[in-house]
Design a protein around this ligand. Structure first.
Ligand code: GUN
Ligand code: ZN
Length: 459
């Protein structure tokens, strides 16, 4: 028998992107997600599921709000929450002027712990339940982040940055230390709760050949682990890589040489790739992570989504905090639309919401567990209010279809649209707890059926 306290029926407009990026999503206008022990037990129309519900199951009714898979953010930096919005530089100067000095503070465990708590709170407030996270080169920064994520029972992927040159001494490890510290963190954290370790060489300019060799060895010893790094973000960076690795025909060839281009390898940015590089990533079933707010803020360039897809590359969509400027995947999707518009490409709402959920799960190699609302999947959910602000509510008066509604939501929405966030069926964010004066619902719309005090605390 299932413990009744671990069963919950979440009602609302249940939306899941079950097919491919351009397929229509499944919408149950009056739907139910039945969660048992943190996993989706059933999903469908309320009229079909409700009559069979055990009367002991707790029902939470979100009425007119959308219930979707929790957002997934495949690329961000835990130690950069206080770097966001630093003025006036492109990538390489931004790293040396702002980011490296800031990351140098994270040798202090208390700094890492405070930032990790802030980051996880902020992600949940924005409806993001899983992220691909870069910590710093200090092992304690990974300890702090994973401890916080474990406490909230979240599915998170993170790793210690490896870097042994071209940065301040306080941030540098060595090939041996990078390998040993990563190995110890894998043993301590990988597979604990829902946590997964990502092998994390920062990018080619900050690793010697010796470090990349050690990283390749680590990757070969752990063929199922994620790898995360940066690739081809900025022209100055690309020129520097050509200087540092004169034997490489292009930037991607550096990572290929050391065995780092493979399934579950996530390459942040990947903007200025040549045809050969695109084909190599596609053939290796690697992922390119599109970070539009960061690419605009740092003036890095315009990602080629159509080109990446044509090459068979799995594409993720991410915030890249703190080169990126918003924690919100809705804001990120809005900027993705604009970047692609400048390239003459179109990002539909269905495609954007697919990317934020099922697509990002695929780009992270996690689609067997998260990203869709299906029996057996982990019940990480976000509940969205398409009428969260006066401007949204006013705009919604004129929408005539689900794709118009979702497009207006991603264009104008942000954290104010996130009503609640669930992890394993437990409510881990409740908008009411953050609002002194909740906005009035549109006339005739029922309010929510729970109170802020109901919000569940991590055990
Ligand atoms: N390349 C190497 N490190 C970083 C980083 O921290 N942010 C971004 N945007 N690019 C990088
Ligand atoms: Zn990054």
């Amino acid at each position: 028998m299932t413990d009744a306290s671990r069963r919950i029926a979440i009602k609302g407009r249940v939306l899941s992107f079950d097919g491919g990026p351009t397929d229509r999503p499944t919408l149950h206008e009056e739907g139910i997600v039945l969660v048992e022990n943190g996993v989706v037990a059933a999903v469908g129309a309320a009229s079909e599921i409700a009559p069979h519900l055990d009367p002991e199951v707790r029902v939470v009714d979100h009425h007119r709000h959308l219930v979707m898979p929790g957002f997934i953010d495949p690329h961000l930096h835990m130690p950069q929450t206080q770097v966001i919005g630093s003025f006036g530089t492109e990538l390489m100067e931004w790293l040396s002027k702002y980011t490296f000095p800031e990351e140098s503070r994270y040798g202090d465990y208390d700094v890492s712990r405070a930032a990790s708590t802030f980051l996880v709170d902020e992600l949940l407030r924005n409806g993001t339940t899983t992220a691909g996270v870069y910590c710093t080169s200090h092992p304690g920064s990974v300890e702090a982040f994973f401890s916080e994520a474990e406490r909230r029972q979240l599915r998170m992927v993170a790793g210690k940055v490896m870097m042994d040159r071209n940065a301040p001494p306080r941030l540098l490890d060595t090939p041996e230390r990078g390998y040993e510290e990563s190995k110890a963190l894998i043993q301590r954290w990988h597979g604990v709760g829902r946590l997964e370790y990502a092998i994390t060489p920062r990018f080619a300019p900050t690793s010697t050949d010796a470090q990349l060799t050690a990283t390749g060895l680590l990757a070969a010893e752990h063929p199922d682990l994620h790898i995360q790094t940066h690739l081809s973000e900025n022209h100055g960076e690309i020129a520097f890589v050509a200087e540092l690795f004169p034997w490489a025909s292009d930037y991607t060839a550096v990572y290929e040489r050391f065995g780092l281009v493979r399934r579950k390898a996530m390459f942040g940015h990947a903007i200025h790739l040549g045809e050969r590089e695109m084909a190599a990533l596609g053939q290796a079933e690697a992922s390119a992570i599109f970070c539009p707010t960061s690419n605009l803020f740092l003036g890095s360039g315009l990602f080629d989504l159509a080109g990446a897809r044509a090459a068979g590359i799995k594409v993720g969509l991410a915030t890249d905090i703190g080169g990126g400027t918003s924690y919100s995947m809705l804001r990120t999707a809005a900027e993705a639309y604009k970047v692609l518009a400048l390239r003459g490409q179109k990002l539909t709402a269905f495609e954007a919401f697919h990317m934020m959920t099922a697509g990002n799960a695929e780009a992270m190699g996690l689609s067997d567990r998260i990203g869709r609302i299906r029996p057996g999947m982990e019940a990480d959910l976000v509940v969205l209010d398409t009428h969260a602000t006066a401007a949204l509510s006013w705009r919604m008066e004129r929408v005539q279809s689900l794709d118009e509604e979702l497009f207006a939501l991603m264009t104008m929405g942000d954290d104010r649209s996130v009503v609640a966030t669930y992890a394993l069926g437990r409510r881990v964010h409740d908008r009411r707890a953050f609002q002194e004066t909740p906005p009035l619902p549109p006339s005739g719309a029922p309010g929510l059926s729970f109170s802020a005090e109901e919000m569940e605390q991590p055990q």
